[in-house]
Design a protein around this ligand. Structure first.
Ligand code: MSP
Length: 658
């Protein structure tokens, strides 16, 4: 089986990741999904880069240990990737033992073979970027990358002989034109860094402790970039007893990175690998930045956009689609709330969403909800079929060049073609004549099959919509939802029943949304500007002080829950269970028995006579041998406090709660 190894950078554990961070990961995820669908054995790696002076300082400010500080943030990052359906195969933390041991081995090997040597470093260091700079690289005395002040550091250090490998690297880049992509970044690396000459790199620090110690000289910790870059092979078991994964997946097919860290990935990393005698990654792709109107995305500038807020408001697929479609991957792109809403309205609500709802509605109306058989073809049908069959090939080619936006544009040509096909074939006119019934059937079949194609084509990019579309079209996931099934137009079985469902992308009111987003943004800024005290508590709260709302449900989902008012007529403790009370409830009919975990907050005596709310249609369960027929509602906080939900006025038992 063909293999494909793709990585994202490993993230600094920052308080909150913004949509700019999600950009690299969503792109890598789309690529990983695409490769899996097209028959590859994929290894998709992401993780966190947890060492360094910056983290040590932040942990101190928050009165926690560096490990405590990173642990809660990493948990938040994992939650975010879960929310965004990131299908990573492995998540590596640079604080993992499996990683630290390998970094130490790599460092020692390079030292023993003379590629790392001890000397003294005197120069400038930018802590936020964890980068060393020479005097002439500074811009107006500040870090050339982030414009923040730098510190003069002088310390005994170990150095990596970059200079020794410089010519070999230039040669390699010339011989492998695909190694650094897009091409403009290759020129930048050669002209700005390699041609002026590489200085040996300082690869250890003694002025702080939060790093991986050099095994043979433990007052030194290993420079974070040496530590971080090694993740790409430590995760595969390089230099361990089990190198199976390393042998299978290395060299990586692509490292996806933001443009500001291309130089670490195309200079330091290849030189480390050359020195280790290992092959270089096949490609490093440096994508552009998502910037805000008015500049770089940064919390301090008050323009952070929280992916959680956007996902909760517009749905995951709307955000994933926007990130991948709006900006060509190699270039910078401006993010604005307006561009997001407009994209959702035009491409998702108007084009794709409408196509699906119109098609399903017409199949219901004209064919009692059953997909009709395809009859004789006319040129218009053949044209649609040809485009549908050509689209996967075009997408494959564009994806191989990491041109996500162009691939989506190609798919949307098919969406537009299908919409135009409706206008051209005018099914509502055909429906008026019995003689045109076979023609109407052919038209409907083409639309439904076109939508099947679309539901499969978008699957690498959008994770929820394909199933929603397939469900409405009555398609069961399986043979008809594979990428391979796109080799044939006509997979859909006539006679399949469609199910009209919710509108997949409701149209948004631009003005209203902009207002709402402005308010949300202001709330975010005031939270970011909060006092040191509130920052401290934020750092210690694993959820970052944010309430995480579960995925949206429809009113139909809610209607399935039968909530009733119930009066407690009897209560007693459950033996050998500190937390449980056995309650007898009057819900209007025969009394019910419910076991509830409220014993630490309510005594049996105070329960009797209370009106509570019960989930009346919950499947009965047996707790401690006692049957429980429902669940009573209570609010809880993180400290385990429970407060019963009740009614504000007297109402009869059994009354419905809506
Ligand atoms: N820890 C290093 C990477 C080490 S890899 C061996 C790092 N981490 S980061 O958290 O700062 O950035 C992670 C990724 O997010 C980078 O690829 C970076 O370019 C990307 N982005 C951060 N802000 C971004 C935007 N505003 N827009 C697009 N990508 C951005 O660098």
């Amino acid at each position: 089986m063909k293999k494909f190894y793709i990585t994202t950078p490993i993230y600094y554990p920052s308080d909150k990741l913004h949509i700019g961070h999600s950009y690299t990961t969503v792109a890598a995820d789309a690529m990983a999904r695409f490769k899996r669908m097209t028959g590859y054995d994929v290894m998709f790696l992401t993780g966190t880069d947890e060492h360094g002076q910056k983290i040590e300082k932040k942990a101190k400010e928050n009165n926690v240990t560096p490990k405590e500080y990173v642990d809660h943030i990493v948990a938040g990052i994992k939650d975010l990737w879960k929310l965004m359906d990131i299908s990573y195969d492995d998540f590596i933390r640079t604080t993992d033992n499996r990683h630290q041991a390998i970094v130490q081995k790599i460092f020692t090997k390079l030292y023993e073979q003379g590629d790392i040597y001890k000397s003294e470093y005197e120069g400038w260091y930018c802590t936020p970027c964890e980068s060393f700079w020479t005097e002439h690289q500074l811009e107006e005395g500040n870090c050339p990358d982030c414009s923040r002040p730098v510190e003069l550091v002088k310390e005994e250090s170990y150095f990596l002989r970059l200079s020794k490998y410089q010519d070999r690297l230039i040669e390699y880049i010339k011989e492998h034109p695909d190694f650094i992509q897009p091409k403009s970044r290759q020129n930048e690396m050669i002209n700005n860094f390699l041609k002026p000459g590489l200085e040996d790199l300082c690869v250890s620090r003694t002025s702080f402790k939060w790093g991986i110690p050099v095994t043979f000289d433990d007052k030194h910790v290993i420079y974070v970039w040496i530590d971080a870059l090694s993740n790409y092979i430590s995760a595969l078991g390089y230099m361990t007893d089990n190198t199976e994964k390393y042998e299978k997946y290395w060299p990586a097919d692509v490292h996806l990175v933001g443009k500001e860290i291309v130089r670490f990935h195309t200079i330091i990393w290849p030189i480390m690998l050359m020195a280790l005698g290992e092959p270089l990654p096949k490609k490093v792709f440096g994508h552009g930045w998502l910037i805000m109107e008015g500049g770089k995305m940064s919390k301090s500038k008050g323009n952070v956009v929280d992916p959680v807020v956007l996902v909760n408001r517009y749905g995951l697929d709307a955000l994933r689609y926007f990130l991948l479609r709006e900006v060509p991957f190699g270039s910078d792109g401006v993010f604005s709330n307006e561009s997001l809403i407009n994209r959702i309205n035009s491409d998702l609500a108007n084009d794709l969403g409408n196509l699906l709802s119109r098609t399903v509605a017409m199949i219901e109306k004209y064919f009692d909800g059953e997909i009709p058989a395809c009859g004789e073809l006319v040129d218009l049908d053949k044209e649609l079929q040809t485009l549908a069959l050509e689209t996967p090939k075009k997408v494959e080619k564009l994806m191989d060049e990491l041109l996500f936006s162009d691939a989506l544009a190609e798919i949307w040509k098919l969406v537009s073609r299908c919409n135009k096909y409706i206008d051209e074939t005018t099914p509502w006119v055909l429906a008026k004549s019995e003689a045109e019934r076979p023609r109407l059937g052919t038209v409907m079949y083409h639309l439904a099959e076109g939508l099947r194609f679309l539901s499969v084509l978008i699957a690498p990019f959008m994770t929820r919509t394909p199933a929603q579309m397939q469900n409405q079209l009555g398609i069961v996931p399986g043979e008809s939802t594979t990428w391979e099934s796109l080799n044939e137009f006509g997979h859909l079985q006539a006679g399949t029943s469609v199910n009209r469902g919710e509108i997949i992308f409701p149209r948004l009111d631009l003005e209203k949304e902009l207002d709402a987003l402005e308010k949300l943004k202001n709330a975010e800024i005031s939270k970011a500007d909060g006092s040191a005290e509130s920052k401290k508590s934020e750092a210690q709260d694993p959820k970052d002080g944010k309430i995480e709302i579960l995925p949206e449900i429809t009113i139909d989902d809610f209607a399935k829950i039968d909530l009733r008012v119930a009066k407690v007529v009897g209560a007693e403790k459950v033996k050998k269970a500190d937390k449980l009370l056995k309650l007898t409830l009057d819900v209007g009919g025969k009394p019910r028995q419910v076991v509830s975990g409220i014993a630490q907050n309510y005594s049996p005596e105070e329960m009797v006579g209370k009106s509570v709310i019960i989930v009346a249609n919950l499947k009965p369960v047996t707790l401690r041998g006692i049957q429980s027929e429902g669940m009573i509602l209570a609010a809880s906080n993180d400290d385990g406090k429970l407060v019963l939900v009740t009614v504000s006025e007297e109402i009869e038992s059994g009354a419905q709660v809506q």
